[in-house]
Design a protein around this ligand. Structure first.
Ligand code: PEP
Ligand code: MG
Length: 568
């Protein structure tokens, strides 16, 4: 099986096939005398749902935390909501099957909630969906698969994984294989953040592994082996042990600086999405956070997180996230959806209503987040970063809203940071072209190569068919990076990179040579990138980068970098 290895490692375990089943409900008329039977069915489904939710609440409380347990408490309350029960009963009395009645009630209540322009009320629609899905699954006898509940070592195989599937993934998952996706799809990024070997874009994986008992996922040599022989299995167990030892040796560099042999220091920061990753980033030697993907906080919730909920999270990050914490404002849309928000279908979601565009269109949601960040910023060195800025008008508009938030906080006499640093992501080619002007109105840049590559090379970052054209080493991309760095440095401002390119050790010499001040990446990539930086001579990498931006093919650039890698 062929695929794209996105996170290097070896996983050995039995396969676990994850199917988010589509539920089909047949609307068959129920005879008058069978209505009692449907009523009994719904009563026992209610009892079973209550048992399941209580068990989940208990588990969350013991294993994760109070906040997660509250989600199930909210679901229990929804289940007991008389409005839901009455609507179901009415439909059953009119001759509907229990599952049809539940689905009709769901649609009705959801519509009602979504019509109210209050994110909290709309969030309740997601609760209704969850609870009714559970009831319908019980009524139809469908087993619910939860990726958090896996309790023995497995290699997870799925057609696709949404980022919300991967949030809360059980620690027993030893590797991930998906049929869809590319190196920068968000599921891949999360796998990398968790240090899990992952292979994406593996066509027909679900069908191919169907009967296998053991799978070896080897993303070092891009191999997937089903039911290996005894000797091969032993060989792989040995390799896994060596890999783990090497990883430990790299971690020993934890307290060393990312400094070249001639004394040039690079900031090595982590990309994280939740407070759960804080210990992991520290363990890997990250000195700060170059990208807090706040959308994962929204995706992990069943409603738009309130200012207080966000404040508590950002405060925890501020206090434990190192020297500098760059919080990116909500970057939702594209492939990142929210269960409680109805995204309109778009022909090209990555070119659509996403990231800053969505925040500017939903100002109240945006302001809630900005206020939470401003308040948390007094607890640590927090900076704000706006994603996907394309024009000066957009930048000025977001800055104006930020100022309004400060004013509003001032009137309520809540403590907040007035002179917070503001930066933007450079991930749209038009922003590269006006970077010399944008930098005059911000404190720093961070280059988001995941989107910058997709937009400049016209290659969908999620599309396996064109994944071979997704080339961060394209001379056009390198020249854009070079321009952005020059524009920032000409104004004596800081410029970093937080796209996946920053964490690829093969690219480290050219990125350091181009002059980036900071590289932010999955925590698991930090030790190996640090090891390489510590072997580089800064002056030589400057010359190397200059040469490489004058090469005209990707393969020539790659070849030259491979030669460099041999020296490390
Ligand atoms: C990027 O585009 O490079 C980036 C870091 O943002 P995301 O991957 O979240 O779109
Ligand atoms: Mg991006």
């Amino acid at each position: 099986m062929q695929g794209i290895a996105v996170s290097k490692g070896i996983g050995i375990a039995r396969p676990f096939i994850y199917n988010q089943q589509e539920i089909i409900i047949n609307d068959i008329e129920v005879a008058q005398e069978e209505i009692v039977y449907e009523e009994e069915k719904i009563d026992s489904a209610y009892l079973e749902a209550e048992l399941q939710l209580n068990a989940l609440k208990e588990k969350a409380l013991n294993e994760i935390g109070e906040e997660e347990a509250e989600i199930f408490e909210a679901h229990l309350m929804m289940l007991k909501d008389p409005m839901l029960a009455e609507r179901i009963k009415e439909s059953i009395d009119q001759g509907k099957k229990a599952e049809v009645a539940v689905e009709a009630a769901r649609q009705n209540i959801e519509k009602m909630f979504m019509a109210i322009p209050d994110p909290y009320i709309q969030g309740r629609a997601a609760d209704i969906n969850d609870v009714t899905r559970r009831l319908i699954q019980i009524l139809l006898g469908i087993d619910h698969q939860s990726l958090a509940d896996i309790n023995e070592p497995v290699i997870l195989i799925a057609k696709d994984l949404t980022p919300s599937d991967t949030v809360g993934l059980s620690k027993q998952v030893k590797g991930i294989i998906t049929e869809i996706g590319s190196e920068t799809s968000h599921a891949a990024i999360i796998a990398k953040a968790m240090g899990l070997p992952a292979m994406v874009g593996v066509k027909n994986a679900v069908q191919a592994v169907d009967n296998a008992e053991v799978i070896i996922l080897d993303t070092v040599d891009s191999n997937i082996i089903m039911d290996p022989s005894e000797s091969l299995l032993k060989n792989y167990h040995d390799r896994l042990e060596v890999l783990e030892r090497e990883r430990d040796a790299l971690k020993a560099l934890k307290f060393e600086k990312a400094m070249t042999t001639d004394g040039h220091v690079i900031k090595l920061y982590a990309n994280i999405g939740s407070t759960n990753e804080l210990p992991y980033m520290i363990e890997n030697g990250a000195e700060g956070i170059g990208l807090l993907r706040t959308e994962l906080i929204y995706m992990n919730s069943d409603h738009f997180p309130t200012e207080e909920e966000q404040f508590n999270i950002y405060k925890e990050v501020a206090e434990n996230g190192g020297n500098e914490i760059i919080i990116r404002t909500l970057d939702i849309g594209g492939d990142k959806q929210l269960s409680y928000y109805d995204f309109q279908e778009e022909m090209n979601p990555f070119l659509g209503f996403r990231a800053i565009r969505l925040c500017l269109g939903k100002e109240e949601i945006f302001k809630t987040q900005l206020k939470a960040i401003l308040r948390a910023a007094i607890y640590g060195n927090i900076k704000i970063m706006f994603p996907m800025i394309t024009s000066m008008e957009e930048l000025r508009q977001v800055k104006l809203i930020l100022e309004q938030c400060k004013k509003e906080l001032k009137t309520t006499e809540v403590a907040y940071k007035e002179d917070i640093s503001v930066g933007i992501m450079i991930e749209v080619p038009a922003a590269v072209m006006i970077a010399d002007m944008l930098i005059e109105e911000v404190d720093f840049f961070s280059i988001g190569t995941n989107d910058l590559c997709q937009y400049s090379l016209a290659v969908d970052r999620m599309n396996t068919n064109v994944a071979h054209l997704y080339q961060p080493l394209h001379p056009g991309v390198l020249r854009m990076i070079k321009k952005v760095i020059k524009d920032a440095h000409d104004h004596e401002k800081m410029v970093g990179m937080c796209g996946e390119m920053a964490g690829n050790p093969d690219f480290t010499p050219v990125l350091v040579g181009l002059g980036l001040d900071e590289l932010s990446m999955s925590p698991s990539s930090i030790p190996v990138v640090k090891k390489i930086i510590r072997q580089l001579d800064y002056k030589k990498t400057r010359d190397l980068a200059k040469q490489l931006t004058n090469y005209n093919t990707v393969s020539d650039i790659q070849k030259r970098l491979e030669e460099e890698a041999l020296k490390c």
